[in-house]
Design a protein around this ligand. Structure first.
Ligand SMILES: NC(=O)CC[C@H](N)C(=O)O
Length: 229
C-alpha cells in the first residue's frame, strides 16, 4: 500500500524489466506525476499506479518471474491497483491468450482474450485514427479521435461483460476489432500512445490513479467518522 498523501503528486511506476520504459516515464512526468521505474517488489509497494509498457510479452513474463515480481504484481492488481498496459502490457493484463504458448503466463485482471501479433506478419506496424470513448468521470477532459500507432500489436478477441470497450479498429480488414478496453482500475490499449506527443491516454490513466487515491484516503478516514457519529 502506498504511503503517499493525497496532497502529494501521484507516484506512478513503469514496469522496467523490458520494453519502452523511457517514453512512458516522460509522458507521465509531463502530466505532473512522479514517474518511477519498478524492478523490485519493494518499489512496487511504493506506487499509486503502474504502467506496463510495450515490448515482448514472452520476455516480460519470464523476467517478471525472475525478478520475483509476479506474485506481488498479481496481488496488487487483485487489490485494485490502477494499471495501464500498452501492447505487450495489454497481453500481460489479459486473463487469456488465444492460441497461447503453454509456457507463457499473464498476470491477468482483465476479463479479455487477446490474440498476439493479431494483424499478421505482413503488417508489422500501421497507424490509424480511432474514435475513443473518453471517460467523463475520470475528468481528463479529453475529446476527439486518437492517432493510434500499432506495432506487432494484439487485438482483443473476446471481452467479458464487465469490460468497457474504448476503441475499435476503424478501417481495413480488421475493422471492428477491439483495441482499447477498461475494467475497473485496469486500462489497456493495443497501440502505443507513448510514441507521439499526444498525452490524452496517459492523462486518462493519471486521473484513474488520482480517483483511486482519493477513494483510498476516504476509506481510511471513514471508520473514524463512524466512531464519532
Ligand atoms: N509492441 C509490442 O508491445 C508488441 C507485443 C508483442 N508482439 C508481444 O506479443 O508481446
Amino acid at each position: 500500500m502506498s504511503t503517499t498523501s493525497t496532497l502529494t503528486l501521484p507516484r506512478i511506476g513503469v514496469l522496467a524489466v523490458q520494453g519502452d520504459v523511457r517514453e512512458h516515464l516522460a509522458a507521465l512526468s509531463a502530466l505532473g506525476a512522479e514517474a518511477v521505474t519498478v524492478r523490485r517488489p519493494a518499489e512496487l509497494e511504493q506506487v499509486d499506479g503502474l504502467v506496463i509498457p510495450g515490448g515482448e510479452s514472452t520476455v516480460m513474463d519470464k523476467l517478471v518471474r525472475a525478478f520475483d515480481l509476479r506474485e506481488p504484481l498479481v496481488r496488487r492488481i487483485r487489490e485494485g491497483l490502477p494499471v495501464y498496459g500498452s501492447c505487450a502490457g495489454m497481453i500481460m493484463l489479459a486473463d487469456r491468450i488465444a492460441d497461447g504458448r503453454p509456457d507463457q503466463q499473464t498476470l491477468g485482471g482483465l476479463d479479455i482474450t487477446v490474440r498476439r501479433n493479431a494483424f499478421g506478419r505482413q503488417v508489422d506496424s500501421f497507424e490509424q485514427d480511432l474514435d475513443y470513448a473518453w471517460s467523463d468521470t475520470a475528468s481528463s477532459g479529453a475529446t476527439g479521435t486518437v492517432h493510434a500507432v500499432f506495432i506487432r500489436a494484439p487485438w482483443v478477441e473476446q471481452a467479458g461483460p464487465d469490460v468497457q470497450v474504448l476503441a475499435r479498429v476503424s478501417e481495413g480488414a480488421a475493422a471492428g476489432r477491439i483495441v482499447a478496453v477498461r475494467q475497473g482500475n485496469l486500462m489497456a490499449t493495443s497501440f502505443h500512445p507513448e510514441v507521439g506527443a499526444d498525452r490524452r491516454i496517459h492523462a486518462e490513466f493519471v486521473s484513474i490513479v488520482r480517483a483511486h487515491r482519493l477513494q483510498q484516503s476516504d476509506a481510511r478516514q471513514s471508520p473514524e467518522r463512524e466512531d464519532t457519529a
